[in-house]
Design a protein around this ligand. Structure first.
Ligand code: F6R
Length: 606
């Protein structure tokens, strides 16, 4: 989730305007920063790794000339944070510069073709193919606007792009597919930005770009066409009433709610991870004598979910371990034939790093799944995969859980294919079910009004228990963690079958028990657990399949998941109303969901 910005001014220099706008967009990424401006001297680019402040101190961004320019603040996905990988990226001749937010899925093929045609690449990013493609069309005699349009037609994936060229020092061309892009308009300037917060102090008149829109920004006028057909379009100009703070939260009350709602997009980004990375990791996993999956908190829950996916789909036994317990429990078994797959959103959690370093000292191979390229986990790993979620600001991990589980599900499917553990029809069905998850998540998000009602009804209870079976034991654990960390309610989670071996003693009149109960192989047993708890007069609440009449009759309250989901992938969707439940419980109880007490987003102490 990078931030992009572009501005065309009638008079004056754009560099300070871009600099300030990027400060407002820094919450979208802070790995590196860059600006490109066009003036009579040509195209000038200043960029580097680091925060805007550091890059400005080193490169004096405000001194750049020109009344047209683009800027970028980066959250690394393809290519580690570095000066070379910082945007803007430029063409071979240095006359076209591009900033981009999104993922170009077919960049490897495009890059290969461009290199065969003698283009020289300077970075490892997916973005760099774009200025080279534009350059080819310009060299073939197309004008700049048409060149951007034709280049965009070759791109697959998600992209919000802003491009400038010395051949047209009077305009910026921007294009939108899936990634957000808005236009801001005033009498003396035009802007494009990843969100309105970037230009709110400058103008409140905005146009929300729609899918496949290409906009040509000039001072005093903006033209929009469909980049696939070239057809001219009309778009409404609206007045923005949000404050800057509202805008950075996308209009949601808290970052946590915004991030819960970002999950369909986050999973689409996981589905865009190049298969080559999953293939490489899977080949190594396959050969290991033992595989341990390490994580803390939510990341550990993702490891636990993965252990079900790996064993059930690929027949591969892996050990999910809470990172802080790893050395004590498994340290003596680790050697050069062990693989440690460390899962960590921040890539900096001290407990995870300590275990990883220990395992490395014993000769084990280290692999990582993280959201932060350039983090310590990426530096310690032989192979790593970015979960591609964009910054997660809310302290409670939400999109992290579903993104990590989705990456691990992709790995499990690659392993299943390699190990031939599933009939081909089943494998194909599972792959297509994973592709459907973002849509199923979108429909699960529609349960929010019902969840809100339940939070109001149950807000004064002093404890909850979450029960699930099979892979949804993980969902129960994750739901419990979200509720207790945000509402400070001591709560429990159990595999539903285990509940009768002790927990049931706690249950009395109206004790709230939440069942994660999709109609999967465990369904009949969980129905039995609901009856056991009802017999003790507990308040029973279920997350269930839409139209499950049996549970609807048995439960006191239920949330229906509208879209059917393949059983092993249900945590990805069933966790959503439970994240929302934790969020609304916190709000109902007057707690701040974004800043729970005593917790830090990244725990860097042992
Ligand atoms: C829970 C939460 C924490 C983190 C844990 C690990 O909502 O955010 O439990 O999951 O501290 O953090 P990472 O994934 O950064 O290693």
């Amino acid at each position: 989730m990078c931030g992009i910005f572009g501005v065309v001014l009638k008079t004056g220099r754009v560099a300070p305007v871009i600099h300030q706008a990027l400060e407002r967009l820094e919450y979208r990424g802070y790995d590196s920063v860059g600006l490109a401006t066009v003036s009579e001297k040509g195209l000038e680019v200043r960029k580097d790794r680091g925060s805007i402040r550091d890059v400005d101190l080193k490169h004096r961004l405000d001194d750049m000339a020109g009344r047209i320019g683009v800027g970028h603040t980066r959250w690394a996905t393809h290519g580690a944070p570095s000066m070379e990988n910082a945007h803007p990226h430029v063409s071979c001749k240095g006359d076209v510069a591009v900033v981009h937010n999104g993922i170009i899925e077919n960049f490897l093929e495009l890059r290969k073709q461009l290199e065969e045609r003698k283009h020289v690449f300077r970075s490892r990013t997916d973005t760099e193919v774009i200025p080279h493609l534009i350059e080819e069309y310009v060299s073939a005699g197309e004008d700049f606007v048409e060149s951007v349009r034709l280049a965009a037609r070759q791109l697959e994936g998600s992209f919000a792009i802003a491009a400038v060229s010395t051949s047209r020092p009077d305009l910026i061309v921007c294009v939108k597919k899936e990634s957000p892009l808005v236009i801001g308009l005033s009498d003396s300037s035009s802007y494009c930005a990843s969100d309105v917060s970037a230009f709110l102090p400058l103008t409140r008149k905005a146009i929300a770009m729609e899918e496949d829109d290409l906009a040509v920004l000039e001072t005093g006028q903006t033209r929009i066409i469909n980049f696939r057909t070239g057809q001219e379009l009309e778009r409404n100009v609206s007045d923005i009433t949000w404050s800057i703070e509202d805008a950075t939260k996308g209009g949601y009350g808290h970052f946590m709610l915004k991030e819960i709602n970002e999950q369909p997009l986050a999973i689409r980004n996981v589905l865009r991870i190049q298969p080559v990375y999953c293939g490489l990791m899977a080949s190594k996993l396959e050969k290991a004598r033992q595989v341990c999956l390490l994580g803390c908190g939510t990341s550990y829950h993702a490891c636990l979910a993965a252990s079900y996916l790996f064993t059930k789909l690929a027949g591969l036994q892996v050990q999910p371990v809470i990172a802080s317990e790893f050395v004590e429990q498994y340290g003596h078994l680790i050697d050069k034939d062990s693989i440690i797959l460390a899962v960590s959103q921040s890539g900096e959690t001290a407990d995870t790093l300590e275990s990883v370093r220990f395992a490395k000292s014993k000769g084990a191979s280290i692999m990582g799944i993280t959201n932060v390229m350039g983090s310590t986990i990426t530096r310690l790993s032989e192979v790593y995969i970015g979960q591609n979620s964009g910054p997660e600001v809310g302290v409670a991990a939400t999109k992290t859980f579903t993104s990590q589980v989705s990456v691990l599900a992709r790995l499990a499917l690659v392993l299943a294919e390699k190990r031939n553990t599933l009939p081909i029809e089943e494998l194909t069905k599972l792959k297509s079910s994973l592709l459907q998850i973002p849509k199923a998540m979108e429909s699960a998000l529609l349960t929010e009004p019902r969840v809100k009602e339940l939070a109001r009804k149950y807000r004064d209870r002093s404890s909850f228990c979450f029960l699930g079976r099979g892979i949804n034991f993980t969902t129960a654990l994750e739901a419990r963690l979200k509720l207790l960390e945000l509402s400070y309610l001591p709560s429990l989670a159990y595999p539903a079958g285990e509940s009768k071996h002790g927990f049931i003693a706690v249950v009395d009149q109206d004790y709230p028990i939440v069942f994660v109960a999709p109609k999967d192989e465990t369904y009949h047993k969980i129905v039995g657990n609901v009856m056991e708890m009802k017999a003790r007069n507990a308040s029973t609440i279920g997350v269930i399949d839409a139209g499950d009449e049996r549970l609807k009759e048995l439960l006191d309250d239920y949330i229906e998941i509208p879209t059917p989901v393949t059983s092993l992938l249900t945590p990805l969707v069933y966790v959503i109303p439970l994240q929302l439940f934790a969020y609304w419980m916190a709000v109902e109880r007057g707690c701040d969901p974004d800043r729970p007490r005593n917790l830090a987003k990244s725990v860097t102490v042992l």
